[in-house]
Design a protein around this ligand. Structure first.
Ligand code: FAD
Ligand code: AMP
Length: 475
């Protein structure tokens, strides 16, 4: 085994593995070390995202949404199905297959880019060295000109509601249920809590979501948050705001959660609990003595704008550094760092990280919310278009939600785009590209959009910003 490299990446999640691939494409010798182990003890590249996050959650969201639509929408199309049933084990097997295809794919990509995959633990030592502990426990000393730390994050535990791996689980546990719980308690109404709550609700669980904050989806545009709350309520997600979970007790038929809300101390008994109160950076056994890599007070590795740590030639990317904990943010950082190491120019545009919540309706946004535009004190205008007025959305039986554009009133530059509705996560890509090029609403207005497509909603929202929409009365 080679022991000297141009680059060693520690962590093979969506931040680390693209970094290693780009380093290989840049003709640098590179190794990627990853210690992810699945429940059966097998090692797999891909980190949280591929193994226990983005990909398995989207597989289950798709299955559960199809199940829900078969029950509630097919009749409108004239399709009779008889009783629709769900085989949870078959659904989980499909998910497992998708995850495996994705994680095995990384090994093939490494091969084609000339990346050396090393499965086991990596520990940064001083002086450009890394201690690698292989699957068999054997230790070896590696060295590299540049080292990239991409060790990711883990679920935040909640004091007094400790994970037990069966009744009280983290997001990974909630992706692996083999039966639909009768009653599911979700702690935290963030992106992960809402997605997992939706999966099991659609499959028949009674779902109660306890959220400490009084405001629903505070990071989203509040018109979108309001629309989302309405839909989730209609779907039967019992979302309690201002409900702070303080503890739990084992009950006869599950777990009794204790929480406080405006009315005082409350309890609710649920069969299973998912703790989804956020994630924290993971740096266990990552930094050897005297490396000089600094962490901030919350445990994130301190980096500058370009992902340099406090130690020359040591970089850090992904969930383990500041910024939104999103796979695509980590991927961009990984690629930009690998290019910087190779002497190429590049920069992550942190103002344009798209956010997507894969519920139904889907929610996606980029840039400033209307509230943020207002707070900034600038003059702004808003254009919006409801999917109810979109022929394609109606044909899809998905005419819910809207597309909203916030733009500078004087310069017409687009400041933010917010979509709640069908395929919002796909539609937002046009907005990100437009904003990357500092487009104005007029640029979008003058861009032809195919008919009938959902993307026309973006076009019409841009037109509506100047009261020029064709397919709705302008207000
Ligand atoms: P990770 O994916 O956590 O990967 C880090 C890797 O490094 C792991 O394999 C870990 O085992 C390994 N490692 C750590 N320390 C060491 C060490 N010392 N030696 C060797 N290996 C080490 N994001 C999205 O953008 N879209 C989504 O739809 C989405 N859905 C999600 C759904 C769920 C349920 C969850 C939990 C997360 C979701 N996320 C989503 C977030 C996304 O998974 C993370 O932002 C992303 O995985 C971060 O990538 P990363 O490479 O920084 O870290
Ligand atoms: P996110 O940070 O987007 O993953 O969302 C996590 C959510 O969990 C946040 O909205 C928090 O307010 C919420 N949260 C954190 N602690 C608690 C708690 N003890 N009870 C209920 N909700 C909580």
């Amino acid at each position: 085994m080679a022991t000297e490299f141009d680059v060693i990446v520690i962590g093979g999640g969506p931040a680390g593995y693209p970094c290693a691939i780009r380093a290989g494409q840049n003709k640098l010798s590179v190794a990627c070390i990853d210690e992810w182990q699945n429940r059966d003890g097998t090692y797999a590249f891909g980190g949280t995202c591929l193994n226990a996050g983005c990909i398995p959650s989207k597989a289950l969201l798709e299955s559960s949404e199809l199940f829900h639509r078969a029950q509630t929408e097919f009749a409108a199309h004239g399709i009779g199905t008889g009783a629709v049933s769900m085989d949870v084990n078959a659904m989980q097997a499909r998910k497992g297959k998708i995850v495996k295809q994705s994680t095995m794919g990384i090994l093939a990509l490494f091969k084609s880019a000339g990346v050396t995959p090393l499965q086991g633990h990596g520990k940064l030592l001083s002086g450009g060295r890394v201690e690698f502990t292989g699957k068999d426990g054997a230790k070896s000393l590696l060295s590299a000109k540049h080292i990239v730390l991409a060790s990711g994050s883990t679920p935040m535990p909640l004091k007094n509601v400790p994970f037990d791996g069966s009744q009280i689980v983290d997001s990974w546990g909630a992706l692996d249920f083999t039966e639909v719980p009768k009653k599911l308690g979700v702690i935290g109404a963030g992106v992960i809590g809402l997605e997992l709550g939706s999966v099991w609700r659609r499959l028949g669980a009674e779902v109660i979501v306890l959220e400490a904050l009084d405001k629903f989806l505070p990071i989203a545009d509040q018109a979108v948050a309001k629309e989302a709350a309405r839909h989730f309520q209609k779907q039967g997600l019992d979302i309690r705001l201002g409900a702070k979970v303080t503890g739990c007790e084992k009950a006869k038929d599950g777990v009794m959660l204790q929480f406080t809300d405006a009315k005082g101390a409350q309890t609710v008994v649920v069969e299973k609990v998912v703790v989804a109160i956020g994630r924290r950076p993971y740096t266990a056994e990552l930094l050897g003595e005297g490396t000089g890599v600094e962490l901030d007070e919350r445990g994130f590795i301190n980096v500058d704008h370009d992902c340099r740590t406090s130690v020359p030639n040591v970089w850090a990317i992904g969930d383990v550094v500041r910024g939104p904990m999103l796979a695509h943010k980590g991927k961009e950082e990984g690629v930009v760092v690998a290019d910087a190491i190779a002497g190429k120019a590049g920069e992550v545009n942190y103002n344009l990280v798209p956010s997507v919540i894969y519920t139904a309706p889907e929610i996606a946004w980029v840039g400033l919310t209307e509230e943020q535009a207002k707070e900034s004190g600038r003059a702004y205008k808003v254009g919006a278009f409801p999917f109810m007025a979109s022929g394609r959305a109606r044909a899809m039986e998905a005419a819910n939600g809207f597309c909203k554009i916030v733009a500078d009133k004087d310069s017409d530059e687009i400041l933010g785009v917010h979509v709640i509705g069908p395929m919002a996560g796909e539609l937002i890509a046009e907005a990100v590209l437009a904003m990357e090029y500092s487009a104005s609403t007029e640029d979008l207005q003058r861009t032809m959009h195919a008919h009938p497509t959902l993307s026309e909603a973006m076009h019409e929202a841009a037109l509506n910003a100047d009261k020029l929409a064709i397919d709705i009365p302008n207000r």
